[in-house]
Design a protein around this ligand. Structure first.
Ligand SMILES: Nc1ncnc2c1ncn2[C@@H]1O[C@H](COP(=O)(O)OP(=O)(O)OP(=O)(O)O)[C@@H](O)[C@H]1O
Ligand SMILES: [Mg+2]
Length: 258
C-alpha cells in the first residue's frame, strides 16, 4: 500500500514536475529571499532618487545634465589645462566612491564648474547607489526669503531642507552669488545663514568609525576667503573645504559660454 507522500511524489512526476530534496528546497528559498531583498533595495533607491530629483532646485527651473564624455578640451584655448581639470575631477570622483568629503570647485564665470559638477553627479547616479541632489544657491535664496504666508511654498521649502540634510551627495551651485549688497558689505541675511547652518551641521555627521558619511560639493566664483565675509566662519568651515586635494581650481580656463 502506498502512503500519501508516495502518491504525491508519483503525482508530481506524472505532471512532469521536479522533486526537490530538503537541501535543494532550502537553497531555492534562500535564493528567492535574496532576489526579493535585492529587488526591494533597488526599488527603495529608485524611490529615494525620485524624491531628491523632485526637491532639487535648478537655476532655470529645469533639470540639466552633463557627462565626462561631453567635456571637450578643445572648447578651451588652453587645451592642456582643460584636459588636466577633467583628469583631476575623475580622480576625485574615484576617491569619493570610497570616502565622503567636501569638494570645492572654484573659478570665474563660464569655465565649466557646473558642467564638471554635473558630470560627477551623473557618475554617482550611473556607477554607485549613492543619492544626489542639485541646489542652485540663487534659487534656494529665493525660496528661503519667500513670503511665508504662502503655505505651499513653505511646505516645499521644508521638503527641500529635509532632502538637503539627508541626501548622500549634495551640490550647492554658484554659492556666494545669492548674496546681495547690504549697504557697503555683501552679507547673507540671518534667515539664509541659519538655513545653511542647519544643513551644514547635519551633513557633517560621522559614523561609528569617525568617518564622514555625506559629501557636499560647492561651486563658486568667489574664493573661500570672500565667502567667509558673506557667511559666518562656522558655516564656511563645515561647508567649504580648505584641503588642497579636495579643491578643483579652474585656472587657465576661459569663459566658453556662447
Ligand atoms: N570643456 C567643455 N566642453 C563642453 N562644454 C563645456 C565645456 N566647458 C563648459 N562647457 C559648457 O559651457 C557652458 C558654461 O559652463 P558652466 O555653466 O559649467 O560654467 P560655470 O563655470 O559653472 O559658470 P558660472 O560661474 O557662470 O556658473 C555650459 O553649457 C557647459 O556645458
Ligand atoms: Mg555655474
Amino acid at each position: 500500500m502506498q502512503n500519501v507522500s508516495d502518491v504525491a511524489k508519483q503525482w508530481i512526476r506524472d505532471k512532469g514536475g521536479e522533486l526537490l530534496s530538503q537541501d535543494e528546497l532550502q537553497k531555492r528559498l534562500v535564493a528567492i529571499d535574496q532576489q526579493a531583498e535585492q529587488k526591494s533595495a533597488e526599488d527603495y533607491l529608485a524611490l529615494k532618487r525620485k524624491v531628491y530629483e523632485r526637491d532639487s532646485l535648478w537655476p532655470s527651473g529645469k533639470k540639466t545634465t552633463f557627462t565626462f564624455e561631453r567635456w571637450l578640451p578643445e572648447r578651451q584655448p588652453n587645451k592642456t589645462a582643460a584636459t588636466e581639470i577633467k583628469a583631476q575631477t575623475q580622480n576625485l570622483f574615484k576617491r569619493l566612491r570610497r570616502e565622503a568629503f567636501n569638494v570645492f570647485l572654484n573659478g570665474s564665470a563660464g569655465v565649466g564648474k557646473t558642467a564638471m559638477t554635473l558630470a560627477i553627479v551623473d557618475a554617482f547616479e550611473k556607477y554607485t547607489n549613492k543619492t544626489t541632489m542639485f541646489v542652485s544657491a540663487v534659487a534656494l535664496r529665493e525660496a528661503v526669503m519667500f513670503d511665508f504666508s504662502d503655505l505651499q511654498a513653505k511646505a516645499k521649502l521644508k521638503r527641500v531642507e529635509k532632502s538637503m540634510l539627508e541626501v548622500d551627495v549634495l551640490v550647492i551651485d554658484d554659492f556666494g552669488s545669492e548674496v546681495g549688497m547690504a549697504g557697503s558689505v555683501r552679507q547673507a541675511t540671518e534667515r539664509l545663514q541659519q538655513f545653511y547652518m542647519r544643513v551644514a551641521d547635519a551633513r557633517y555627521e560621522v559614523d561609528e568609525n569617525d568617518k564622514r558619511t555625506k559629501c557636499t560639493i560647492i561651486t563658486s566664483n568667489n574664493t573661500r576667503s570672500e565667502l567667509s565675509t558673506m557667511y559666518n566662519d562656522k558655516l564656511i568651515s563645515r561647508l567649504v573645504t580648505k584641503k588642497p586635494a579636495n579643491i578643483l581650481l579652474f585656472v587657465g580656463l576661459e569663459d566658453v559660454r556662447e
